[in-house]
Design a protein around this ligand. Structure first.
Ligand SMILES: Nc1nc2c(ncn2[C@@H]2O[C@H](COP(=O)(O)OP(=O)(O)OP(=O)(O)O)[C@@H](O)[C@H]2O)c(=O)[nH]1
Ligand SMILES: [Mg+2]
Length: 460
């Protein structure tokens, strides 16, 4: 059940831990009277007289005893994040101190906020739609400029407006269909058939584009998975360290050094990525190594990009990966490593790899790591950089609803083409609207809303 938004809630909006400042946020009809019980302004003025969004200096008091010197901000409804009366107390950032002040506010009559409840209220009060609520959380978790661009567009309501425009088209058609059902003699569908067909076709193609954007949008948010694989000792861990510019994985001349997968986040040319180092692949009877290789192959299967590392002085091109994983669907860069140890003879890549992207490097040379980074960027950026400025679906929830909407929309188009009758057409159009409404939160089931907001942090 979605929490009631009639009581007044309070929570610590800043992260847990010692800091210069902590912020305690109070939202609800009683926000001002509750804060009044614990705060005394230096000026002696009551909170009711304070202007909106102006910081007021004063003290938090516990039964007349000063507890902390603070700044307090009042934001009256509807001009606040939650669209309710909000008070923020900016106190000193001690863990204990902040908790004591929060307890004072709770004892004064506020209820402890659930995770994401402030944002949930902003949504329930109609100040933001569900995609903007999700963007709020994504903004906090963003790990790259590209992701920030994407999320800011969503926060500004671009996705909401795009979905609303689609819904308007469908609603217009549904109104005609319903009119036809109510007044069959007017035969609205027949009269507007071409226009209806055009609107449904445009809406369907818009939905296809949006659904197509989801995979890039999700990857920009979650990061591209780049997996280093190859035989033992070819330099995978050295390359991981070189790309990260830190000694993250153990490197040694002993083959089989890396046993488990090692995953690190980074950005490549502003694009968020997870670099995954894996155990070298070779036939083995060692149970631990076998487990490491299984994990390596599992990582390869989920990769967005594979860096297949080959040692130039001891090259082995037996197609070990292809025998176990279908590589045709995963972009791959063949990384010929240890070129500093290789002589001047031309290096020949076997014919079955000539169509693949190939780069010759030495993991110990910084400039080669820069070249490899550029090549990776080139491979994964594709349209990502450009598209982040446009409207995109950014999570699986949105994508699933959009796909459902497209199924019903195509059904509606079929009904129209084959003259199945208005009732069927109306049902499919209503279901399309229902699925589109789920994206923006208008028709989203309560349990799904609960799930979405429970993933937020406390105080947001
Ligand atoms: N000269 C030179 N040595 C390298 C280069 N890359 C890696 N090495 C050396 O090759 C050896 C193996 O490197 P690793 O990075 O541990 O290789 P790996 O592929 O992770 O090996 P496993 O974890 O055993 O599968 C180490 O001694 C590295 O110092 C390179 O480009 N040039
Ligand atoms: Mg290694």
């Amino acid at each position: 059940m979605i929490s009631s938004h009639e009581d007044t809630i309070a929570g610590i909006a800043t992260a847990f831990g010692e800091a210069g400042v902590s912020i305690i946020r109070i939202s609800g009809d009683l926000a001002l009277p509750l804060a009044e019980k614990v705060f005394k302004a230096k000026s002696g003025d009551p909170l009711q007289q304070m202007r909106n969004r102006i910081l007021t200096y004063g003290w938090i008091e516990n039964e007349g005893h000063p507890l902390d010197e603070v700044l307090l901000c009042v934001m009256r409804k509807p001009h606040s994040f939650t669209a309710e009366d909000v008070v923020e107390i900016h106190c000193h950032g001690g863990v204990y101190l902040t908790q004591v002040i929060l307890n004072l506010v709770l004892n004064a009559g506020a209820r402890m906020a659930n995770p994401g409840e402030f944002t949930q209220r902003a949504f329930l009060n109609g100040r933001i739609d569900l995609t903007q609520a999700e963007a709020t959380n994504d903004l906090i978790q963003a790990k790259s400029l590209l992701e920030l661009d994407l999320v800011i567009n969503q926060l500004k309501g671009k996705l909401f407006r795009r979905i609303s425009a689609l819904k308007d088209q469908i609603t217009w058609v549904l109104a005609l269909v319903n009119a036809d059902i109510d007044f069959p003699e007017e035969d609205q569908i027949f009269a507007h058939r071409d226009l209806i067909d055009a609107k449904l076709t445009t809406a369907a193609s818009d939905l296809v584009t949006l659904i197509g954007s989801a995979d890039t949008g999700i990857k920009i948010r979650e990061g591209y998975k780049i997996v280093l694989t190859g035989k033992p000792n070819v330099g995978k861990s050295s390359i991981l360290n070189g790309l990260l510019e830190e000694s993250r994985a153990i490197v040694s001349q002993m083959p089989g050094t890396t046993r488990d997968t090692i995953e690190e986040s980074c950005t490549i040319g502003g694009i968020p990525a997870s670099l995954i180092d894996t155990a070298g692949i070779q036939p083995t009877t060692d149970a631990i190594e076998q487990e490491g290789i299984s994990r390596a192959l599992a990582a390869v299967e989920k990769a967005d990009l594979i860096l297949w590392v080959i040692d130039m002085i001891n090259p082995s091109f037996e197609n070990q990966l292809e025998n176990r994983v279908d590589l045709s669907a995963i972009p791959t860069i063949i990384v010929l490593n240890k070129k500093d140890l290789y002589g001047t003879d031309p290096f020949t890549v076997p014919e079955f790899l000539t169509d693949q992207k190939c780069i010759t490097i030495s993991a110990i040379l910084d400039k080669d790591m820069t070249r490899l980074r550029d090549e990776i960027y080139h491979q994964i950026s594709g349209q990502g950089q450009k598209m982040a400025e446009e409207t995109m679906l950014t999570n699986l929830r949105q994508k699933k609803s959009a796909e459902t909407a497209l199924i019903y929309l195509n059904n509606a188009k079929d009904s129209l083409d084959q003259g199945f009758g208005q009732e069927l057409l109306a049902v499919d159009l209503s279901q399309t609207l229902q699925a589109l409404g789920e994206i923006v939160g208008e028709t989203t089931p309560d349990e799904m809303l609960e799930q979405i907001f429970s993933e937020f942090c406390i105080g947001k």
